[in-house]
Each structure stands twice: as C-alpha cells, then as structure tokens.
Design a protein around this ligand. Structure first.
Ligand SMILES: O=P(O)(O)OC[C@@H](O)[C@@H](O)c1c[nH]c2ccccc12
Length: 258
C-alpha cells in the first residue's frame, strides 16, 4: 500500500502548483506537547477517510471538529491533506489555521522539497516525515528545510532498522512511533513498547495510531510516550470533546500519576 501511495505522490508532484503565502503566526508543536495539561500531550487528528478503514466520518466538518478539539484541551491538531487516499485537502490546513490557536501538523506523504514549501505557504506549523517513505539522507534534508522555513517536523518510524538509519544522520527532536505498519496496516501498541528504548533520550516520543481507550494511553505512557496521536477514536465519536475527556482526563491517570 505504501508503495502505491508514494507512486501516486510522485505523479501529483509533476503538476503541483504552489499556492500563495498565507500570513500566519507559527506555533511550536514541541512546546505545545511539552506543556500539555493532560498526563500526555495530545495531537488530535482530522481525517475523513483512510485506506485501511474507508470513510470514517460521512458528515465531515474539519473546522468545527478542530475547534472542538481545541476546546477539549488538545495540544495540537493533525490534518490529513492527501486527497486520493484520505479524502483530505491542503485547503483544510489554511481553514483550520484561521480558527484555532493550536499548532497544526500537516499529515501527508512528503517526499520532495516543493511539498515542504507548499506546507509553509498553507500555514502548517509542522510536517510529517515518514522514515519508511524516505532515504534517511533525504529525510534529513527535508527536516532541515522545514526548520529553515520556521516549521518543525514529526519524524515517524515504524521499524527499528529505519530508526537506526535515521539516527546515523541526526537526532530528530520529535519522533513518532507509528503503531501501524503502513505496508500491511497491521496495528499493535506493542510497537511503541518495542521501539521506546531506541528513541534518543532527548527526543520527544509520540505514540501514533490504534489508540482507542484510556488504558491504551496509560500503556504507551508507561512505555515512555510523552504524547499520543489519535485519529479514528475521535473522528468516529459524534461528540469529540466528550471522547477526549473520557480518554485523557480519567481518574485512572490520576492514580497512575499519584
Ligand atoms: O486513526 P488512528 O488509528 O488513531 O491513527 C492516527 C494516525 O496515527 C494515522 O492517521 C497515521 C499515522 N501515520 C500516518 C501516515 C500517513 C497517514 C496517516 C497516518
């Protein structure tokens, strides 16, 4: 599946037209995650559909959902912009950015410099860079480019080998472990537990995908995650604020902390 997506991205790049610059104030994803008032930072994701689950939310209203996430105390918002496989759009970033004060992560398959420039123009605060989709040297180059443009990057990995390769080049400030294998869609929180010991001490670990309950959150937190990235569990709920409350603010957290 990942190969198919990347092939499509390369085709899209041939006709990519850069939009004009949105005049935005950039916000730090890292700071927002560190300063979470929940026991872990929360990146709340906006996605209409995915290749593994099909349409997740029929009545899709990205701006409204983003404002609910913000009111419920999320640290940051992730917005899918891939059209073909996730029914996203780059316009959603500009729209959401106008209505919330949280940092916004552009969730897409970024493989070339033009997409980094595009992300800066539409007002993204951070971009996703997927270890499994990029050569480590290319990933490093795009990472530096994002930083130069005033953005941050969430460097996502699934496997230990891919992480090891990246660490030969540099230590990303924010590392995401994707619990989902993008080639098979197999998802297991074991992945965060397996990978945690390989993450550099100074990197902030985000556990991504397949998180549905407060027990799931406690589990990845215990493994060392300082933040979680949650999509489906919030998008399927008709009241995402209540769902965030249930998952993030539980007494179970207080017991675990106290
Ligand atoms: O909906 P979930 O299982 O909570 O997962 C969210 C997020 O981790 C997932 O959308 C994701 C993680 N890495 C990606 C890379 C591309 C597209 C999507 C993703």
């Amino acid at each position: 599946m990942l190969d198919q997506i990347l092939q499509h991205k390369r085709q899209e790049l041939d006709t990519l037209e850069l939009p004009p610059y949105e005049n935005v104030e950039r916000r730090s994803l890292y700071e927002a995650l560190k300063n979470s008032h929940f026991p872990v930072g929360l990146i709340a994701e906006i996605k209409k559909a995915s290749p593994s689950k099909g349409v997740i939310q029929e009545n899709f209203r990205p701006v409204e959902t983003a404002t609910f996430y913000e009111r419920a105390g999320a640290s940051a918002i992730s917005v899918l912009t891939d059209q073909r496989f996730f029914q996203g759009h780059r316009q959603y970033i500009s729209d959401v950015k106008k209505h919330v004060r949280l940092p916004i992560l552009r969730k897409d398959f970024i493989i070339e410099e033009e997409q980094v420039e595009e992300s800066a123009r539409i007002g993204a605060d951070a971009i996703l860079l997927i270890g499994e989709a990029l050569e480590a040297s290319k990933l490093h180059e795009l990472y530096n480019s994002a930083r130069e443009k005033g953005m941050e990057a969430l460097v996502e990995v699934h496997s230990e080998e891919v992480l090891a390769n990246i660490l030969k080049h540099f230590e990303p400030v924010i590392v995401g472990v994707n619990n989902r294998d993008l080639t098979t869609f197999e998802t297991s929180l074991d992945q965060t537990e397996r990978m945690a010991s390989y993450i550099p001490d100074n990197s902030l670990l985000v556990s991504e995908s397949g998180i549905f309950t407060r027990e799931d959150i406690l589990r990845v937190k215990r493994a060392g995650a300082e933040a979680v990235l949650i999509g489906e569990a919030l998008m399927r709920h008709e009241n995402p604020m209540e769902q965030i409350d249930i998952m993030m603010r539980s007494e179970a957290h207080e017991r675990a902390n106290g």
